[in-house]
Ligand binder design. Structure first.
Ligand code: ATP
Ligand code: MG
Length: 257
């Protein structure tokens, strides 16, 4: 699905200063994979994701997306292909504030020639468990719910690949797990997912971890036993229920004495 061959990206700040963000990256991602890209700040994770997601082009090397060379495409061709093939989720949710959850999810459909807009947006919101929040504005939703709206928006054009850049970066640990649990469900249904994160625990929910530093791939391996976000969430829930019960017991004992 994704084949990068000796891809480099150099940012030219001015005549004398340039930054090499990616250096000689060769990477294959197959349909149905769930890959986490990890590495320290400034290592080139977002640059790599932006190139794979057709938001940017390499300065050197070849990129075959579904067997089509895309490294030399112009901005219009990239935008068209991007709209058909890929979905994005970012750290800050990028929702329109004065627009309902449903209208936010409908936005990408305006640029495509798909019909049944209303149904598609509703179904995408259902897939992330927000069918009862369709008419709420972003300010009426929690951070985790806003990110789920953003995921629904990324899915509405039925992309082949979903790219997420630090999607849990602005969320508490429970909301983060809820988001990861949605990605795991989507991946089980066959969606290819590329997740950028600096959080090792989050990365261990993927099936494969690619580690980069200084713009180079340092390690690339399968995750033997991916963590299950849904299980961690039910454990969190059980712990909470126990804590509540204990608190109630203690209060009852207090009243009895
Ligand atoms: N548009 C740009 N112009 C100039 N330099 C850039 C640009 N985008 C990224 N860089 C540089 O390329 C390098 C890699 O940046 P990138 O954003 O890919 O890192 P990252 O791994 O995503 O970091 P973070 O974890 O902080 O998001 C950094 O040194 C950065 O300063
Ligand atoms: Mg980044």
């Amino acid at each position: 699905m994704i084949q990068l061959r000796n891809v480099s990206k150099k940012f030219q700040k001015n005549e004398s200063i340039s930054v090499v963000a990616l250096s000689d990256v060769t990477l294959d991602i197959k349909p149905g994979e769930f890959v986490a890209i990890v590495g320290p700040s400034g290592s080139g994770k977002s640059t790599l994701m932006n190139i794979m997601g057709l938001l940017d082009v390499p300065t050197e090397g070849s990129y075959l997306l579904e067997n089509k060379e895309v490294s030399g495409l112009d901005i219009d061709a990239l935008a068209k292909l991007r709209n058909q093939k890929v979905g994005f989720v970012f750290q800050s949710f990028h929702l329109l504030a004065r627009t309902s959850a449903k209208e936010n999810v409908e936005l990408p459909l305006i640029y495509s020639d798909r019909s049944d807009i209303k149904n598609r947006a509703a179904n995408a919101l259902k897939a992330v468990g927000l069918e009862d929040r369709m008419n709420h504005f972003p300010s009426e939703l929690s951070g985790g719910e806003q990110q789920r709206v953003a995921i629904a928006r990324s899915l509405v054009n039925e992309p082949d690949i979903l790219f997420a850049d630090e999607p849990t970066g602005n969320l508490d640990s429970q909301s983060g797990l809820e988001v990861i649990s949605i990605f795991q469900d989507l991946n089980e249904q066959g969606k290819t997912i590329v997740l950028v994160t600096h959080d090792q625990h989050i990365a261990e929910h993927s099936r494969r971890i690619v580690r980069i530093s200084d713009g180079k791939i340092q390690a690339d391996g399968a995750v033997a036993q991916p963590k299950r976000a849904a299980e961690e969430l039910s454990k969190l829930q059980a712990d909470k229920t126990n804590a509540n019960q204990n608190a109630r017991l203690q209060a009852d004992e207090g009243e009895a004495t």
